[in-house]
Design a binder for this molecule. Structure first.
Ligand code: ATP
Ligand code: ATP
Ligand code: MG
Ligand code: MG
Ligand code: MG
Ligand code: MG
Ligand code: MG
Length: 278
């Protein structure tokens, strides 16, 4: 194989190494899931089985790739966070994205029948796109996570009200859209409560907050251990020692991976789990 006259073609490959010492987020999103969800008659606006399947596939991805520290999912998307010291595939974007996308898709299809036992999966099969973005500071990363969770909240409040107007209020989609045009959050809460006796606060957490997948260690009591965040900005060495990295890797590989529906915008979630971003 080596030194054939054809080998020069290798030089056409473009380098795509991601910036060192930055948090890498790989976000995947289902392709054409509006159509896909209609094909399998998913409940609107939130089919619980479909969300559980997304979460199970994401959990499998986090299990297969110990470099992933945390993942956040909503609707047909999942964001996977790779630690800023991650060196997997020399941080090559196309390798990271394609591996995460195909690992996720593989598990999604493999697990389909567990969550939809009465629905045979047939072509066109589910597929996902993916992209990688680097975030240089912890604040940027936290803001990214907050952005996705705010999006989850805003969309879910809109969709819940929209589908309630249709399913319980007897409106068609045009009427429901018109009713919600220009409304604020408070108006939607009010429509749900006064017209349908639905308290939005009592909606399932998985719908309101999305899903967080992470390795679970012992929780830190609030206020006792806040060094992780500070260290990041001042004195942390750029390179951890090899044995330290190996130890961390082993520890991460052993920890239990959980799926929860928690607020990741406020500090509390991160303060109590300093290992996630340290
Ligand atoms: P694209 O290929 O551009 O991503 P898309 O149709 O997948 O197109 P999105 O913006 O990703 O568009 O929206 C996801 C779609 O999938 C929405 O229509 C949403 O209602 C539907 N969907 C995703 N998850 C669920 C679920 N658990 N229950 C019901 N519908 C869902
Ligand atoms: P990497 O993750 O770096 O790609 P790899 O083990 O997949 O590692 P490749 O260079 O991609 O390494 O080589 C593919 C490997 O799979 C080779 O060991 C090859 O012999 C084996 N393989 C691939 N297809 C077949 C096949 N059809 N029959 C037998 N072995 C195969
Ligand atoms: Mg999209
Ligand atoms: Mg989509
Ligand atoms: Mg989407
Ligand atoms: Mg090969
Ligand atoms: Mg290979």
């Amino acid at each position: 194989m080596a030194n054939s006259k054809f080998e020069y073609v290798k030089q056409f490959e473009q380098p795509d190494q991601l910036l060192p010492n930055t948090w890498i987020v790989v976000r995947i999103d289902g392709r054409g899931f509006t159509k896909f969800s209609a094909k399998y008659s998913w409940e609107k606006p939130n089919d619980k089985r479909a969300l559980d399947l997304m979460n199970a596939a994401a959990r499998a991805v986090v299990t297969d790739l110990p470099d992933i520290t945390i993942a956040y999912g909503v609707s047909d998307e999942f964001s996977f966070v790779l630690h800023k010291t991650c060196t997997l595939f020399e941080r090559r974007a196309s390798k990271l994205v394609s591996t995460i996308v195909s690992t996720f898709t593989g598990h999604y299809i493999y697990l389909w029948s567990t969550y939809f036992p009465d629905m045979l999966l047939s072509p066109p099969l589910p597929s996902f796109d993916g992209r990688a973005v680097c975030y240089p500071s912890l604040q940027n990363l936290r803001d990214y996570m907050s952005w996705r969770q705010v999006d989850c909240h805003v969309n879910n409040l809109y969709n819940t009200t929209f589908w309630t107007l249709i399913q319980l209020g007897g409106m068609d989609t045009t009427e429901a859209e018109k009713t919600l045009n220009g409304t604020f959050s408070a108006d939607k809460n009010e429509i749900l409560f006064s017209k349908f006796s639905i308290n939005y606060n009592n909606e399932p957490e998985i719908f309101k907050k999305g899903s967080v997948v992470f390795r679970d260690y012992e929780l830190v009591e609030p206020g006792t251990h806040n060094v992780a965040v500070e260290v990041d900005n001042i004195a942390e060495p750029v390179q951890q020692s090899k044995s330290q990295l190996e130890n961390d890797k082993k520890k991460r590989a052993k920890a239990r991976i959980v799926v929860e529906h928690l607020d990741i915008i406020k500090d509390d979630f991160w303060d109590r789990r300093p290992w996630l971003l340290s």
